[in-house]
Design a protein around this ligand. Structure first.
Ligand SMILES: [Zn+2]
Length: 351
């Protein structure tokens, strides 16, 4: 350590050039300093305002994108239903980085959800989004399309033909309104960008070095479900045909069709599954949901044969489903599921 360095530790005894300047500033210094401070503050305010404007008033916080394979990431959304806190975000948007561009599966529930998804994509790649798949008609999965159209007007939006039909027939508007109501206005500004590329069952879509294989159902979780396989990565995005530790609405569903689609997903023996809601993982994340639907439907059918009404059979059915009682939505939905299963069993007698 030389003398100069050492003197640096003795500030108390040094002739205080700096201190003098602080204590007795001349007018010019003072003015300059004030302008500097003001312009720094202005710049900071300007940058803050610009970033808020870019994100909008109701911007979502960034949710982490989890890397599932070399090419596929998923952003696991909150498990609650749309509300003012989650601003409507509740699904599992996924994105696949191909050699030619990015494909997104289910970009989320609102304009801001879609923007948040794009921010996470930007952290991984600069490639443009070229393809967007909607798993089904429920707006929590696809209203984020708007954010992608906004930045990538050339991107193609794909869906089941009946999804496109239902969206144009009023479902798109209903979902926009429902989101606005449930989030108490946090989804404001969201508009439906309805897909216009019609998917076919068994279709393969090649994007760069990746093959997307499509599985459509006539009637499973809805009449509009498309599951998307990323062939090279042995990965399937099931949409709401399978959920993890969550039971959802079955109002648009067929129990038998949903069970068939869930089993079809398992029979593909993929290494990776991304369910519509809840954690991703191997087959173990979707099998319990297939089992839940099977146990419920079989038990309801059995008690229906014995002449019990939905009300009379409820306790027994719930007991047979005790393995699932901790799942999110269970106590809210199970009664409704039993009633819907009874209706389907009655209908089935006429088939
Ligand atoms: Zn759904």
């Amino acid at each position: 350590m030389d003398r100069d360095d050492n003197s640096g530790f003795e500030s108390g005894t040094r002739p205080a050039e700096g201190r003098d300047r602080v204590q007795k500033p001349n007018q010019n210094d003072l003015l300059e300093g004030t302008i500097m401070k003001l312009s720094t503050t202005c710049l900071a305010l300007f940058l803050l305002a610009a970033s808020l404007a870019a994100r909008g008033d109701n911007a979502l916080p960034d949710y982490p994108a989890v890397k599932i394979t070399d090419r596929v990431w998923v952003i696991h959304g909150p498990r609650e239903l749309p509300n003012p806190e989650n601003k409507g975000f509740m699904n599992n948007p996924a994105f696949v980085v191909t050699s030619d561009g990015v494909a997104v599966i289910d970009p989320g529930s609102t304009l801001e959800t879609g923007r948040m998804v794009l921010r996470q994509i930007r952290k991984v790649t600069e490639k443009p989004v070229t393809h967007v798949f909607a798993s089904h008609i429920h707006g929590d999965h696809w209203l984020g399309n708007q954010a992608i159209r906004e930045i990538y007007p050339a991107a193609k939006f794909f869906a089941h033909p009946v999804m496109i039909e239902q969206a144009h027939a009023g479902q798109a508007e209903s979902w926009v309104e429902m989101m606005l109501r449930l989030t108490e206005g946090a989804s404001k500004g969201t508009e439906a960008v309805i897909p216009d590329q019609v998917l076919e069952d068994g279709q393969e879509i090649r994007v760069g070095d990746v093959t997307f294989r499509i599985y459509l159902s006539d009637w499973a979780h809805t009449k509009t479900d498309a599951m998307v396989e990323v062939v090279e990565d042995s990965l399937l995005a099931t949409g709401d045909n399978a959920l993890y530790q969550r039971i959802g609405r079955m109002d648009d569903a067929s129990f038998r069709g949903n069970i068939a689609a869930c089993r079809q997903a398992l029979d593909l023996k993929m290494k990776h599954y991304i369910p519509g809601h809840g954690d991703s993982g191997g087959p173990e994340v979707i099998e319990p949901f297939c089992n839940y639907l099977e146990v419920l439907y079989a038990k309801v059918a059995e008690l229906y044969e014995e002449g019990l009404s939905d009300f009379e059979m409820k306790d027994t059915v719930v007991e047979s489903l005790s393995a699932y009682k901790e799942w999110s939505g269970f106590s809210d939905e199970v009664g409704r599921h039993i009633s819907l299963a009874v209706l389907e069993i009655e209908q089935a007698e006429f088939e």
